[in-house]
Design a protein around this ligand. Structure first.
Ligand code: FES
Length: 377
């Protein structure tokens, strides 16, 4: 690792803005008395986000003061972790190129050459327009999709020179390119589709449409109860929802077809159970979304594309509908969706109330790739 020193030119002071100060005080209260210093990394990170992507020396002192720490202890943390930038970074993108062995063997040196050509000859140097900067970093934990880069909080993987050029062009235009693999694969699934464990479709639910969902379900089959399986499958569905439309992997489709036959009996049982439920407690529903514009129910943690479609089919299109469900309504929906407890477990009503009021939840912020109150990033 290279020596990391703080920038010579520093601002005079740093203060958290009002919103972040409230957040910081609440965060510190979560730690046991005497252990508040454990909040040093999240506080430094929030300071960096507020400070246009870099951690200034006054910001380190501010964090130290808040936590009752010696300044040197906070400097040690900030200068050790490469997630903390010690000098100003590009306004549009600070490109961290992983140069560790797997990425190096797969082409990170070529990526660095592009950074030198397009941004600046040396790392930690702003481009002429101040929009970009770059550095080489150690392994960022996505080796399976090497070579890769990180820009602020997102990783961009399976890169080659053209893909990086395209990404830089997109950031230059002010766009926010989709993170993750930049080739046709889902997360870290094999590029050529499933190569192992292709003979156990009987436990796969009908809604699997991508290799990652298939893989997630197989792992769960080994050690989870059937209810847990539904929850985890839906989680995998959440994580891969953006890829679903384009995912054309034949092996997943084959498994899905086989699973359909195996689960016919289960589906029949499920629909019979639903038929037995009285409609007395059915929540108020709509024949279609108001003004033809449904809310994105996937912003509720625990609702993936499949559940959203089902909820829509039941006449629920808007957050405020869900926010107003009674206990009896919840029981009715629970039964109609053939799972028990998820609405309470994920606290759908509270989430829906927040979203209906126009506010964000922690989950919806992450889903939008923007999870902070924060500074300018
Ligand atoms: S070696 Fe590059 S992400 Fe691990």
């Amino acid at each position: 690792m290279s020596v990391r020193r703080i920038a010579q030119e520093q601002p005079e002071t740093f203060e958290f803005n009002a919103e972040n100060m409230i957040w910081a005080e609440e965060l510190i209260k979560k730690y046991p008395v005497g252990k508040e210093r454990s909040a040093v990394i999240p506080l430094l990170w929030r300071a960096q986000e507020q400070n246009e992507g870099w951690t200034s020396e006054p910001a380190m002192r501010k964090v130290a003061d808040l936590l009752g720490m010696a300044y040197i202890r906070v400097y040690e943390v900030a200068t050790f972790y490469t997630m903390f930038q010690l000098s100003p970074v590009g306004k549009k993108a600070h490109v961290q190129v992983c140069g560790t062995t797997p990425c190096m063997l797969r082409g990170s040196k070529e990526l660095i050459e592009i950074c030198k050509k397009r941004i600046a000859k040396t790392p930690h140097t702003l481009s002429e327009d101040g929009d970009f900067s770059w550095e080489e970093v150690e392994c960022l934990g996505a080796c399976v999709n090497a070579p890769m880069i990180q820009i602020f909080k997102d990783t961009y993987e399976d890169l080659d020179e053209k893909a990086l050029e395209d990404l830089l062009d997109a950031f230059a235009r002010g766009e926010q390119p989709k993170p993750g693999p930049q080739i046709e694969r889902t997360l870290s699934c094999p590029e050529s589709g499933l190569t192992t464990l292709t003979d156990v479709p009987e436990y796969l639910p009908l809604n699997l449409t991508s290799d990652s969902e298939v893989a997630a379900e197989k792992n769960l089959n080994a050690d989870k109860t059937s209810e847990d399986k539904e929850v985890a499958t839906e989680t995998a569905e959440n994580e891969t929802s953006e890829n679903k439309a384009q995912d054309s992997n034949n092996s997943a489709e084959d498994l899905k077809s086989a699973a359909a036959a195996a689960l016919t009996e289960k589906s029949t049982e499920s629909s019979s159970a639903t038929d037995d439920v009285s409609d007395d407690h059915r929540p108020e529903y709509l024949d279609g979304p108001r003004d033809g514009q449904a809310d994105d129910l996937k912003m509720i943690k625990g609702v993936g594309p499949k559940l959203e479609t089902t909820l829509n089919a039941l006449g629920f299109y808007h957050f405020d509908q869900i926010a107003n469900w009674t206990r009896e309504n919840i029981a009715w929906v629970d039964n109609s969706l053939s799972f028990k407890g998820r609405i309470d477990r994920e606290n759908w009503l509270e989430q829906a109330k927040t979203l209906a009021s126009g506010e964000e939840t922690e989950f919806s912020k992450r889903a939008n790739y923007d999870d902070t109150p924060k500074g300018d990033k």
